[in-house]
Design a protein around this ligand. Structure first.
Ligand code: NAD
Length: 334
């Protein structure tokens, strides 16, 4: 089976490509490298034990997509997108254009080539400030920032395409908080600057690249006052993506949470990382950050029932793997 992985050189896409190669899929990566490096592609092939093909291109470029689709693609993974909430407040149009316009162009190219299977990277950010925990897929969708808006709009337009074409199958995977790295330590998250996610930031503090971690708010109604999230190992995400491909003949559009079902606070993460790395992670409390919610964790039971998938790795293992990657590659792929 030949799969096109848009955004496959990025953090989650690269780990998924390794798993796809290990399980015998023919992988073609299409990525603009706006937030990744071609070095990743070499590592994917080495770790996956087979060669992944790579085409540098942008999902907003219809001609480039038509060219890659012409090799005969069976299914598409769509990881390509901009993902930083803060940046999306500053440049919402850039986010709408890259994420939404890019997705429309990708869907048009798929339709023209008769490719009818799509696994889409969505996010728990579509739930905004949820009313209840754990969060199930039927919770209200109340996005709180422009990035989240792009995810919600993309989900909706993929859903409407499925309504219009009953032969089109899509799975919208709503990730909670991806963390960790490939167990080899040779593939991981490369934020390309100051990380906006907690675990890579904590890893850089442990490595001495920053003096301390700023913790946004310590007066949330949680067990220790800091924000609680559901962290999910990137290798578990990769496994879920490949399992999703296995059920892609369903027709229609299905949204699915990917999380462990367990929440950890920022201080829990700091403690787990100090344990995994053997290094101190100094921190300071600062004001809450606009748009942050107190807590969010998944009800992952739909993915368990539908995909036969369950997260295998907990927070200690995420921290161990993230530290192995961080200590071997303090400056990412550079
Ligand atoms: N990492 C997270 O915390 C998280 C959480 C929920 C959802 N997601 C979503 O999962 C997907 C993958 O996230 P990630 O963490 O691997 O991000 P990433 O930035 O590491 O990977 C995204 C990849 O897409 C590429 N890309 C971006 N715009 C492109 C375009 N127009 N054309 C071609 N390639 C393009 C980038 O170069 C990069 O390699 C994204 O859509 C993101 O929004 C991520």
């Amino acid at each position: 089976m030949k799969v096109l992985v848009c955004g496959g050189a990025g953090y989650i896409g690269s780990h998924t490509c390794v798993t796809l190669l290990e399980r015998g899929y023919d992988v073609l990566i299409f990525d603009s490298l706006v937030n990744s490096s071609e070095l990743t592609v070499e590592r994917i092939s080495t770790l996956g034990g087979a060669k992944a093909r790579f085409v540098r291109g942008d999902i907003r470029d219809r001609d480039a997509l038509d060219a890659v689709m012409s090799v005969g693609i069976d299914a598409v993974f769509h990881f390509a997108g901009l993902k930083t909430v803060g940046e999306s407040y500053e440049n919402p149009l850039t986010y709408f254009e890259n994420n939404i316009a890019g997705t429309i162009t990708l869907l048009q190219a798929m339709q023209a080539a008769g490719v009818k299977k799509l696994v889409f990277s969505s996010s728990a950010t579509v739930y905004g400030d949820p009313e209840r925990m754990p969060i199930a897929e039927d919770a209200a969708l109340r996005v709180k920032n422009p990035y989240g808006r792009t995810k919600l709009v993309m989900e909706q337009l993929i859903g409407e395409l499925c309504d219009a074409d009953p032969a089109f199958s899509a799975i919208l995977l709503r990730y909670f908080n991806p963390a960790g790295a490939h167990p080899s330590g040779h593939l991981g998250e490369d934020p390309g600057g100051t990380p906006s996610n907690l675990v890579p930031y904590v890893a850089q503090v442990a490595a001495g690249l920053h003096d301390h971690l700023s913790i946004f708010g310590h007066d949330y109604p949680t067990h220790d006052g800091t924000g609680v999230r559901d962290y999910i190992h990137v290798m578990d995400l990769a496994d879920a993506h490949v399992k999703a491909l296995g059920i892609m003949d369903h027709g229609g559009c299905m949204a699915m949470n990917l999380g462990t079902g367990r929440g950890y606070s920022v201080l829990d993460v700091v403690e787990a990382f100090e344990h995994a790395s053997g290094r101190p992670v100094p921190y300071q409390f600062v004001e809450r950050r606009a748009g942050d919610v107190a807590e969010a964790w998944a009800d992952p039971s739909l993915a368990e029932r539908t995909l036969g998938w369950r997260a295998r790795f907990g927070l200690p293992r995420m921290c161990e793997d993230a530290w192995r990657w961080q200590s071997a590659h303090p400056y990412g792929y550079r």
